[in-house]
Design a protein around this ligand. Sequence first.
Ligand SMILES: [Zn+2]
Ligand SMILES: [Zn+2]
Length: 231
Amino acid sequence: MLSFPGLADALFGGACALCRGAARAPLCAACEADLPRAAAERCPRCALRSPAAALCGRCLAQPPAYDATIAALEYRFPADVLVRELKFAGRLALGAFAGELLARAVVAAGEPRPDCVVPVPLGRARLAARGFNQSTLIARAAARALAVPMRPTVCERARDTAVQSELPLEKRAANVRGAFVCPSLVGGLAIAVVDDVMTSGATLEAVARALKAAGAARVVNWVLARTPPPA
Ligand SMILES: [Zn+2]
Ligand SMILES: [Zn+2]
């Protein structure tokens, strides 16, 4: 006799990426409902929590190169498991799920449609090791859901960098400064830059600087999950 997960696989094609229970979609309905949606009261520029959705002190003191940030989720359980599954367990269907979640957050934020969507590029070595760029998977699905063109080659890594998450927060800006180049013509364009997780914001800042240097008019970060402010 088939075990229940086996039967579910046969009928629905899979198990929930978070609880491993039967699911018709990458996540079961209960786990999808449990995802920590990003609260509305956030700094419009960097998406850190901020009372009355006012610009936060950090963005006031040192305005970032990007113009706005939209986050779908808070980076805490079980959103962290979702990101890990997407990144390291090769659950590619989660990329489409995550992109659609992000697209809904963009619509809910009332953000105007950009001219194109650009994923944060992975370094060559990391892309070769992983076989895919999780940001590209998310970006592709979000772009499709919002009927906006995706332009994955607009921004490139000029050099490989150390893995940001393995560095202390204060070392991250220096690690990625100047790490991106923008060989395409983007003059006057509004560009959405997609990443899975925004932590210090240093990577997205470096990408936004490269895009603005190439003439982009507006750069908005679309991130699946935003970490809480650094302690
Ligand atoms: Zn589940
Ligand atoms: Zn801010």
